[in-house]
Write a protein that binds this ligand. Structure first.
Ligand SMILES: NC(=O)c1ccc[n+]([C@@H]2O[C@H](COP(=O)([O-])OP(=O)(O)OC[C@H]3O[C@@H](n4cnc5c(N)ncnc54)[C@H](OP(=O)(O)O)[C@@H]3O)[C@@H](O)[C@H]2O)c1
Length: 315
């Protein structure tokens, strides 16, 4: 990928898409192509074909899709399955037809079996049953990851690569309580409780599950690194994480510290917990020379400040 290459960031208004735009611009890439969802519905195969025919992007970051936390997964499984598979299908086909140099797809740690040995290696996919609460989303991500292998095999190429980030967080995350991931949901609850002066806060689940979080800009840097080193990538998927996991209780205490909330935390154990632990083994990608840079403490501080500035003060 050269500084003047035509780079398409699909889903540029999302958590990862925004981070990709920032990192690409910091690195001096000048020919970035974007289309908002309203301008181009990526589930519409004909529209996507037309777009690729006209724009001929050389490098594609496929950061568009439907994603969300456990409640969203339980409420909208058909939408997760349909939308993600339709987007992937349209974009993969057009990228192949119009000969994009490389496409990066994003899988998810929920593709791995729920009883997988921890930390989870790439090769543990298909070695056991997956978590029921996110199975429709996980199947769409498995389909995209296998699509990379299938396109590479059928077209005798190595141009399709899946990166598998663990739970991402950062500015521009989805902070809606019904659909957010765990960390964005915690940040919102603590900051709102602070602002409204509430004495108690109720959090979902038992607080026992352990999760790994990776800052969105670290995933964006990993993605640009992968594009810049694409001749060294193998025909496989690569895990992207921060290397450390925390229980949701520990996480809540960290968010409490950053936000300065002094009230009581209660846990609603009626709400589902999901998988007990999700930590990725990232040694395959790290062997290429990439490292995450942002500690959870630093990333939390930036994200809380962003939420306060952009969501709370603007209400
Ligand atoms: N967040 C995580 O923790 C995580 C972890 C692992 C993998 N991933 C994967 O990484 C990718 C990016 O995740 P994210 O968290 O950045 O998601 P996000 O913040 O929800 O952003 C998704 C982006 O996709 C766009 N989009 C959705 N449906 C579209 C459609 N039909 N046509 C065109 N654009 C559409 C959205 O635009 P609108 O908002 O305008 O609809 C938005 O720009 C996804 O594939 C996700 O599955 C995410």
């Amino acid at each position: 990928m050269h500084k003047a290459s035509k780079v398409y960031v699909a889903g540029h208004t999302g958590l990862l898409g925004r981070a990709l735009l920032k990192v690409l611009s910091q690195r001096g890439y000048t020919e970035i192509i974007t289309r908002a969802h309203g301008e181009l519905d990526l589930t519409d195969g004909n529209a996507v074909d037309e777009f690729f025919k006209n724009e001929r992007p050389e490098y594609v970051f496929l950061a568009a899709g439907l994603t969300g936390g456990i409640i969203a997964n339980l409420t909208y499984p058909a939408a997760f399955l349909h939308t993600n598979i339709a987007i992937q299908d349209s974009v993969f086909q057009a990228a192949q037809k119009y000969r994009a140099e490389r496409l990066i797809f994003y899988g998810s740690s929920c593709m791995y079996p729920k009883d997988c040995p921890q930390p989870m290696k790439e090769d543990c996919m298909f070695t056991g049953g997956i978590e029921k609460t996110s199975e429709a989303y996980a199947i769409s991500k498995i389909a995209g990851t296998i699509a990379c292998r299938a396109y590479n095999a059928q077209y005798k190429t190595n141009r399709f690569t899946a990166l598998v980030p663990n739970s991402m967080y950062g500015p521009y995350d989805n902070f809606e309580l019904e659909t957010s991931h765990v960390l964005a949901g915690l940040i919102r609850r603590f900051i709102e409780a602070m602002v409204e002066g509430r004495e108690r806060i109720t959090l979902w689940g038992s607080g026992a599950p352990r999760r790994e979080f990776v800052y969105s800009e670290d995933v964006a840097e990993a993605s640009v690194f992968a594009m810049e080193n694409s001749d060294r990538l193998q025909n496989t998927h690569y895990n992207i994480g921060s290397g450390a996991d925390y229980s949701v209780k520990e996480l809540a205490e960290m968010v409490r510290k950053v936000t300065g909330y002094g009230g009581i935390i209660e846990w609603d154990a009626e709400k589902p917990d999901g998988v007990k632990r999700k930590l990725l083994d990232c040694s395959r990608f790290m062997a290429l020379g990439w490292r995450p840079h942002t500690t959870l403490k630093e990333g939390l501080k930036i994200t809380c400040e962003w939420f306060l500035e952009n969501k709370v003060k603007r209400l």
